[in-house]
Design a protein around this ligand. Structure first.
Ligand code: MG
Length: 342
């Protein structure tokens, strides 16, 4: 198996601001895994929230040695090897997991959704994310989001109410809210959520920091709309730890280290009656399409990372009237766009 990788920069259409950070460029690492004349594509989108950087991904990938492995079909064994190299490098392991799955689908000549027996017509509609910004820019972003039927709004700052009021003055679309751990005081968080309920908000993602899990459980008893864990849940083992505090989980391949673990998380969350959302970082169509293949199994999708950038070098899953449209091509069904140098 031959592994090659390269770092590329994805440029955001608008400066992307959430409760803890702001950025214009998001680096990602594209991975190619070649074996038996077939190349699997993968992607790492490292997040500083989890202590990962493009450099840490590259260091990890340099350390990967799969010389003892016969083929990418040995997914379970390979997953174990990667975990032992470094349990903390989630996005780097996700890149390899995605490439392995793409290779397997291509080798078998079927798309991943078919490999898993899923119905591609059951994909949910994805939300479109509105980052924190001035009220004028937020108004413009809401207008630009006209093709998307569901909005996900980043909050977690003192003027949250003004942001929601501006959006509600423009549209009555369903709104989902993500505080990105931005509220630290539980009484203030409660007041905000009760106010958001009155505005018809569908759910709130990660209202308070993961370190305040007891406060989130306290909130959950007092509000009606679902609370969805994001920063509080990375992998399967987090689900029992947080299930008392949240109504659902936001699974991201860059947190779970890929599709193999994400599938296990979906089954575990279903078993304990939690809602399931599939989310993303700022990513190209490689990682977004990988997640989209799982989406027939989930309640909510927030897979818009590739449409928030202006120079996605790949194309795969399409979004039509918000709905995720998977194609019939083998593996991920992703190809490089012409003229993008990849
Ligand atoms: Mg989130």
């Amino acid at each position: 198996m031959k592994l090659t990788f390269q770092k590329i920069d994805l440029h955001l259409r608008h400066t992307f601001t959430i409760a803890r950070s702001s950025r214009d460029v998001e680096p990602c690492i594209i991975v190619r895994l070649e074996h038996d004349g077939i190349t699997g594509l993968g992607e790492a989108a490292p997040s500083d929230r989890y202590g990962e950087t493009p450099e840490s991904v590259l260091v990890f990938l340099e350390r990967v040695d799969l010389s003892g492995i016969g083929s990418p079909f040995e997914l379970q064994q390979i997953t174990g090897i990667l975990q032992r190299i470094s349990p903390r490098d989630f996005s780097a392991r996700a890149a390899l997991d995605i490439a392995l799955h793409d290779w397997i689908g291509k080798k078998l000549g079927i798309p991943l959704w078919k490999l898993w027996g899923l119905d591609p017509t059951k994909t949910p509609k994805t939300s479109f994310t509105i980052g924190i910004d001035s009220l004028d820019v937020i108004r413009r972003k809401v207008r630009e989001a006209a093709p998307y039927p569901i909005l996900k709004v980043k909050v977690g700052i003192p003027n949250d109410e003004q942001i929601i009021d501006v959006i509600r003055s423009e549209t009555d679309k369903p709104i989902r809210v993500d505080a990105n751990e931005g509220w630290k005081d539980r009484q203030k968080a409660l007041d905000k959520i009760l106010w958001l309920e009155e505005k018809g908000v569908e759910f709130v993602e990660q209202p308070m920091p993961d370190s305040q899990l007891d406060d989130i459980a306290w909130l959950r008893e007092k509000v009606t709309i679902p609370l969805i864990a994001d920063e509080s849940v990375k992998t399967l083992k987090d689900i029992p730890r947080i299930s008392h505090a949240f109504d659902g989980i936001n699974i991201k391949l860059m947190k779970s280290a890929g599709l193999y673990e994400a599938m296990k998380m979906i089954h575990a969350a279903q078993a304990v009656g939690m809602k399931i959302m599939l989310g993303c970082m700022i990513e190209s169509s490689v990682a977004i399409t990988a997640a989209a293949h799982l989406s027939p199994l989930v309640d909510y999708a927030d897979l818009d990372g590739h449409v928030l950038v202006s120079d996605d070098p790949f194309q795969g899953v399409e979004i039509i009237d918000g709905k995720l449209i998977l194609n019939d091509c083998a593996g991920l069904g992703v190809r490089a766009r012409d003229g993008m140098g990849l």
